[in-house]
Design a protein around this ligand. Structure first.
Ligand SMILES: O=P(O)(O)OC[C@H]1O[C@H](O[C@H]2O[C@H](CO)[C@@H](O)[C@H](O)[C@H]2O)[C@H](O)[C@@H](O)[C@@H]1O
Length: 381
């Protein structure tokens, strides 16, 4: 298996994913994605810029990013700057990123002759967003849906959380887990079915940032100390990354929080700062993300061949954009963004909330059962 190139990444993410010629028929990605009127260009640019510059600050600082990530701010700014009717904007966005439930038949039709592999983000995708990160439980019905999906398709959870923690929430041993934004990858603990035996025999386990472990420990302690006096701030150790939550911090204190985080990171030039949903994410500055984790898992499963696989990735966060972009680079796959609001995204489809994710997963299972039954029926005739 090819080892990844590990090195300090450049700060700044290009707005548009690199265009890849797709050699495969039946791609679901119209690329480049049509750009309708709607979110004003300046707001779009801000929504796309996820690297914040850990040192002296990038062209665009952490505080501005924190403000723009607030749904109220982003919406108000977009409406103000573009004078756009919010309903029109939503309709235009839905035309570009239609509901994966509404387009279900189109999606499964694209899987003809291919093996579907399912990738699921955790927070905001399988569990609703809540104030307390330690209380982001998934429902038992969602767990049953994921378990059923994993019976039919290789299934992976790809999360910003530490792998052990996300496993504690999901509690399904038959899945692949990629924790710490894909920097901690492990295969199923025990055999789920003989179909997966090949990948298991390879013993999938990969930690491309292991040398950062002591540094992350240290920076976690320093961040906890530096933000102790900011009410509502919460620092979470995600093993290869650290999350600094500001969901419960008064907006007036966001400036102080971002200064505290940047102050600590000045001493750690090998780390980088990105942002998720009301959270600043400190991570090793290596070229590794959820997109690379997706590629790694496909390769481990022996399914990297473009013609034989249809990866389906469902996620809600900026960090999931790396996986959506990876699918576009492959020129094939189904990227589904979970969002109630129009957002710039490299995903092709959308779902509004975790409840719709569960409906989609259950439909996938039902479709698989029916197509198997119909195949059996045809063989017996
Ligand atoms: O990649 P994910 O599985 O989506 O993890 C991303 C971050 O998720 C968690 O934070 C988010 O969910 C919390 C609980 O709903 C919420 O309080 C917080 O505001 C969100 O950002 C998790 O706590 C982070 O460590 C993950 O990096």
């Amino acid at each position: 298996m090819a080892k990844p190139s590990v090195g300090v990444s450049e700060v700044g993410v290009s707005a548009a994913p690199a265009q890849a010629a797709c050699p495969c028929p039946g791609t679901l990605f119209p690329y480049p994605p049509p750009r309708g009127a709607g979110i004003a260009a300046s707001v779009r640019r801000k929504c796309l810029q996820v690297e914040l510059g850990a040192g002296a600050g990038g062209a665009w600082g952490a505080l501005e990013s924190m403000r723009a990530s607030s749904p109220t701010h982003a919406k108000a700014a977009a409406a103000l700057a573009a004078g756009v009717d919010v309903d029109d904007e939503r309709a235009a966005w839905m035309a570009r990123h239609p509901s994966a439930l509404g387009k279900f038949e189109e999606i499964v039709a694209a899987s003809e002759g291919k093996r579907i592999v399912v990738f699921l983000d955790y927070d905001g995708t399988l569990s609703p967003i809540v104030d307390d990160p330690d209380a982001a439980f998934m429902s038992e019905t969602m767990r049953m849906a994921v378990r059923s999906v994993a019976k039919h398709f290789p299934t992976a959870i790809v999360s910003g959380r530490c792998r052990d923690k996300v496993f504690e929430f999901v509690k399904l041993a038959e899945l692949y887990y990629a924790g710490s934004h894909g920097m901690d990858i492990k295969g199923p603990a025990k055999a789920a079915s003989s179909r997966h035996a090949k990948a298991k025999a390879k013993g999938v386990l990969f930690q491309p940032a292991s040398e950062f472990l002591p540094m992350i420990e240290e920076v976690h302690e320093r961040l906890a100390e530096a933000t102790r006096c900011i009410p509502g701030a919460k620092v979470e150790n995600n093993k290869f990354c650290v999350s600094v939550h500001f969901r419960c911090v008064d907006e007036k204190m966001w400036g102080e929080l971002s200064e505290a985080v940047k102050g600590v990171l000045r001493g750690y030039p090998k780390l980088r700062l990105t942002q998720g949903r009301m959270v600043l994410e400190v991570r090793p500055g290596i070229k590794w993300d959820k997109g690379r984790a997706l590629e790694f898992l496909l390769e481990s499963l022996g399914l990297a061949e473009c013609a034989s696989v249809l990866p389906v990735y469902i996620g809600d966060d900026r960090t999931d954009e790396d996986a959506f972009k990876a699918l576009r680079r492959r020129g094939q796959g189904v990227g589904i963004l979970v969002s109630k609001h129009p957002k710039e995204t490299a995903a092709s489809y959308s779902l509004r909330e975790p409840a719709e994710v569960m409906d989609f997963l259950l439909r996938l299972v039902e479709w698989k059962r029916l197509s198997r039954a119909s195949l059996r029926h045809r063989l017996l005739q």
